[in-house]
Design a protein around this ligand. Structure first.
Ligand code: NAD
Ligand code: UDP
Length: 320
């Protein structure tokens, strides 16, 4: 039986990966220190016979008993408001956490997968972004703590591959959404849905003409797993090609929820990328991967989750 370690397994993407790999028959060891994750995301797994959990900060030496076949390194704050309030932790988990996870992988003779990001392209001057593009990142800008940590993590991963012969994979994940995103994590989609459902103003940054390409979580997880099982050691973009402006996106959510919320404009955060759209030719050719969930369907599934969370927190507040 395959045995897999997932760092950041109690987070949004990590918890979906725990589910998926348990479904594939793996034994899953999840490590998390709950910096931005939640016990709720993995509470349904606590009695699963092939699931175990270690509460640990991966910037410190990682000890895992027994063999490992795969190490998936997902631990890191990922939302802009998280990494802006946790700059040092973000740099440490990208640097020291990646180093520890790679060291463990090497000791166990396992295969390592790094959760990298479209942010390595920064505010891109090439559009759409191919894996061959080196990016446009401001190293001393506010977002640099995340972007440069991930760029360093990619370099370290390649060094372990080239120098130590460790099997490695690098996935560059584009904006992913779906159930288990935190309602207050500041990312556009859960924020707009929460605001629309609670009749609050929808807070669009800048004019809203900046674009993103949003991918539903099941599609992202499928792409990551296909890459994991492949032999590809160069970075691979995983994301949806359908680009949308943030203002259009805000209007879409207002319409979907039949909300009376007003759209309001707020200062654009520093170095907020103007455009983002992946070129996914490599994932299509090498992994036979394409996003399957259409936007309407993905948004409806996420909306059901957000609504449930709002109702649950209203009941808890009422009861207390
Ligand atoms: P998340 O914040 O929900 O999950 C991150 C998890 O890592 C949390 O559970 C957190 O507690 C844990 N963590 C952070 N520092 C840790 C440490 N030092 N030790 C142990 N655990 C620690 O974020 P997410 O959206 O699930 O992102 C997961 C990974 O995917 C991140 O590495 C992120 O950079 C990458 N990624 C995500 C997206 C996206 O759209 N969600 C896009 C690109 C890349
Ligand atoms: N955004 C916004 N209002 C919000 C939250 C985000 O207009 O309340 C914008 C943000 O400035 C960015 C886009 O939406 O231009 C996507 O932001 P998100 O935090 O989801 O992801 P990222 O910036 O990392 O792509």
């Amino acid at each position: 039986m395959l045995r897999t370690l997932i760092t950041g397994g109690a987070g949004f993407l990590g918890s979906h990966l725990c589910d998926r790999l348990l479904g594939d028959g793996h034994q899953v060891v999840c490590i998390d220190n709950f910096l931005t994750g939640s016990r709720d995301n993995i509470s349904h797994l606590k009695d699963h016979p092939r699931f175990s959990f270690l509460e640990h900060d991966v910037t410190k030496y990682i000890t895992v008993d027994g063999p490992l076949d795969y190490v998936l390194h997902f631990a890191s704050p990922a939302s802009p408001i998280d990494y802006l309030r946790l700059p040092i932790q973000t740099l440490k988990v990208g640097a020291l956490g990646t180093h520890n996870a790679l060291g463990l992988t090497k000791a166990k003779n396992a295969c390592f997968l790094l959760a990298s990001t479209s942010e390595v392209y920064g505010d891109p001057q090439e559009h759409p972004q191919k894996e061959s593009y080196w990016g446009n990142v401001n190293p001393v800008g506010l977002r640099g703590v995340y972007d440069e940590a991930k760029r360093f993590a990619e370099t370290l991963t390649m060094a372990y591959h080239r120098f130590h012969g460790v099997e490695t994979r690098i996935v560059r994940i584009f904006n992913t959404y779906g159930p288990r995103m935190r309602l207050h994590d500041g990312r556009a989609l859960p924020t707009f849905m929460r605001q629309a459902l609670c009749s609050e103003d929808i807070t669009v940054h800048g004019s809203g003409n900046q674009t993103r390409s949003f991918t539903y979580v099941d599609d992202t997880v499928e792409g990551i797993v296909r890459l994991l099982y492949s032999k590809i050691t160069t970075p691979i973009n995983i994301g949806c090609c359908e680009e949308i402006s943030i203002i259009e996106f805000a209007k879409k959510i207002v319409t979907m929820t039949n909300s009376s919320s007003m759209i309001t404009h707020h200062p654009l955060p520093e170095n907020d990328p103007k455009n983002r759209q992946p070129d996914i030719s490599l994932a299509q050719e090498l992994l036979d991967w394409n996003p399957q969930v259409d936007r309407e369907d993905g948004l409806q599934r996420t909306l059901a989750y957000v609504l449930d969370k709002i109702n649950h927190s209203a009941k808890t507040t009422y009861a207390s």
